[in-house]
Design a protein around this ligand. Sequence first.
Ligand code: ARG
Length: 454
Amino acid sequence: MWKGRFQQNTAGLLSRYSESISFDSRLYPYDIQGSIAHSKALLAAGILTPDEQSAIESGLRQIRADIDSGAFQFDPALEDIHMNIEADLTRRIGPAGAKLHTARSRNDQVALDLRLLLLAETDAIAALVRALQKSLVTLAAGNIDVVIPGYTHLQRAQPVYFAHHLLAYVEMLERDAQRLGDSRKRIDVMPLGSGAIAGSTIVLDRALIARELGFTAISQNSMDAVSDRDFACELLAAIALIGMHLSRLSEDIILWASTEFGFVTLSDAFSTGSSLMPQKKNPDVAELTRGKTGRLYGNLIALLTTLKGLPLTYNRDMQEDKEPVFDSVDTIKAALDINAAMLAEITVNTARAAAAVSDPMLLATDLADYLVRAGLPFRQAHEVIGKLVAHCIETNRAFPQLDLAAFQSFSSLFGPDVFAVLDLRRALDARQAPGAPSLANVRAQIGRWQGVLG
Ligand code: ARG
């Protein structure tokens, strides 16, 4: 492609070091789509005749079909996907092919290709986020009666509906969907026409290209357009957050599936055994998801670090953007997909959940609230109940095993109605503020999500 300027061939070592075709070949549908749009602008500018443009377009469509079918031979000596396709086009259709690169550089071309790919991938990831939300809502709806201890510091805190716990993840994923939609806006900018750095003396109708490709906006500064990878960083950040959410969900599932908790059983289809210990059933999907999140963070940091020292505009360093971007896209899609499938086959162990949540200590705060309603300031109520808890631990008894006199020895404000406070369902139903887990609220939230997710 640069044989005019050079007397020597590229060293084999350099070719192998600099090739990107081994990983950027996946840009091909977008490279071809972009080139067809570009050829239409060249036609409109009078650079191509209608015959040349249609030869280019049909040649590119044949190449697309050949790559789709696996018949296309990629040549590493041609470095990247852009040169592989262009060289093959010229081989196929002759001189018209050599006109395609007019007023274009690989710098704006690769920016275009990456944006087109990431628009499609962002939509695919968003659809998988939706599917996982649905899976969580279905699991919540199917276990609406199950109550589990909620935890802070991994210590039993207060009772919550299992569904309420799951719906927390639906909220987290909703923010993820919003972030994807937001970063999509910055991807949706058409860079072609920026050339290598300073546009071209051959002026193309950039709006026409944008329309052809379905972009909403065109870039406004040619130097920014060829050096900008913010959109990729933003997407990797959004993906890293999805990973963080999936990793936390994984951790909950790992705990819940342990013998110690026993709240859920994973289906055999989504568990693995041990080659040594016959009794083992391991939550590998959750563990792998938790582990892969490290890669997602690494990819974000890798790309940010690659970009941080670069002077404007394009530098070859930027070829290093693709592998982390592709890896994060592929990893999060696989993780979202398998987690939705795994959740669809989870069994909730109602009896184990009921046993765990029957721990009366979970209602200690409700007892403090009882004293508050009787007029005691909360700080004092907290202290009274703290002493009551210590007494129960010391005497190895639970709140319901104390009689009224025992309660009253800690505060004269206790009356016979204190025992009603210790009723689990009543305690949950009392939590009626928006966002709190009364049964009515949880049902309403499930209904809302079913409406939103369809
Ligand atoms: N393969 C290159 C990349 O991925 C395409 C752009 C090359 N541009 C250049 N001036 N060498 O970034």
